[in-house]
Design a protein around this ligand. Structure first.
Ligand code: UFG
Length: 326
């Protein structure tokens, strides 16, 4: 089996490349706008923007892949609110061109990187795939539109897709050599690690008056290796003739921002300096996944604990003190 990984030089894509390359042929397509060459050393790649259909079509003709795992996208909620053009162009238009190339080249299986951001604000304590979708950002809206496009490509052309709606992805590869390196960093756990490594004086905890047990936001943190494993299971599901489907990927449990700080303190043995500050716009109180459907249909499992994820993330930042390519 040969698989194209779009966005294969990014955080989740490069972790997928590392694991999938052990069991299949892979070819990466990335425009390196946020991805890192160092994350994919030794793998075949093309420096192509998926919106460039002529270039992308050449890769399809040359490589003759059986399926695609599609990570390439812009993925910052805050940035999407100030620069929606970038998101609709890269994510929606880019995916449209990718899907067209797939159909033109008779590639009809795709595993898609979707997001819990499609749900937006919800009063459901635990989110199932049937929870109403009300995205509160252009980012979430683009992910929902990409899912809708695939649905209509299935109806019209028989494209089979699995859309995986991730909650908060964290941790690094088990050997801590492939991890999260964003510029600027906006995510909670890497920012706490920056405080740990004295790259930041303190963490601002956004909001302490939410309707949660300790007043801070609750999120569902899923390990990146467990997440990648779900992609491989989804790929096998499609290769075995499975119908198009949508699954949540999380851990069925939530952690508050203060609990995350405590867990990092426990794992590292060091105190984290933090301040409680005002809310960040757009943050829902609590987002926790029900993964029952993925567990039942795909055999999805969480093999890593939150502490495991924090350990590999800390180790990754020890291995790459200033990030990749510095
Ligand atoms: N937070 C802080 N201080 C910081 C950074 C984050 O308190 O400096 C808080 C946030 O307010 C939030 C929590 O930490 O309560 C998690 O925030 P992240 O920015 O790490 O992650 P988000 O939950 O905002 O977003 C993540 C993914 C999105 C995805 C979303 C789905 O990054 O791509 O989960 O829920 F859409």
């Amino acid at each position: 089996m040969k698989v194209m990984i779009t966005g294969g030089a990014g955080y989740i894509g490069s972790n997928c490349a590392k694991i999938l390359s052990k069991i299949a042929d892979i070819v990466i397509v990335d425009d390196f706008s946020t991805g890192h060459h160092q994350a994919i050393e030794g793998y075949k790649y093309y420096n192509v923007d998926i919106r460039d259909r002529v270039a992308l079509d050449k890769v399809f003709k040359k490589e003759q892949v059986d399926a695609v795992i599609h990570f390439a996208a812009k993925s910052l909620v805050g940035e999407s609110c100030t620069d929606p053009y970038k998101y609709f162009s890269n994510n929606v238009y880019g995916t449209l061109e990718l899907l067209k190339c797939m159909i033109d080249n008779n590639v009809k299986k795709i595993v898609f990187s979707s997001s819990a951001a499609v749900y937006g604000n919800t009063s459901d304590d635990v989110i199932t795939e049937d929870t109403p979708k009300n995205p509160t950002s252009p980012y979430g809206e683009t992910k929902l539109m990409m899912e809708e496009m695939m649905k209509w490509f299935d109806t019209a052309y028989g494209l089979k897709y699995v859309s995986l709606r991730y909650f908060n992805v964290c941790g690094a590869s088990d050997d801590s050599l492939v991890g999260e390196d964003h510029h600027p960093e906006t995510h909670l756990i890497p920012i706490i690690i920056q405080v740990l490594n004295e790259k930041r004086d303190h963490l601002d905890v956004f909001g302490s008056d939410y309707n949660t047990k300790d007043g801070t936001n609750i999120r569902d943190y899923v390990n990146v290796v467990d997440l990648v494993d779900a992609h491989i299971k989804a790929l096998n599901y499609l290769m075995n003739g499975g119908e198009s489907n949508i699954f949540n990927l999380g851990t069925n449990t939530g952690s508050s921002n203060l609990e995350i700080i405590k867990t990092v303190e426990k794992v590292s043995g060091k105190k984290i300096n933090y301040k409680l500050v005002d809310r960040r716009p757009g943050d829902p109180d609590s987002l926790v996944a029900s993964c029952a459907k993925a567990e039942k249909v795909l055999g999805y499992k969480n093999n890593h604990t939150l502490e495991d994820s924090i350990k590999t993330a800390i180790k990754f930042h020890e291995n790459f003190k200033d990030g990749y390519e510095k």
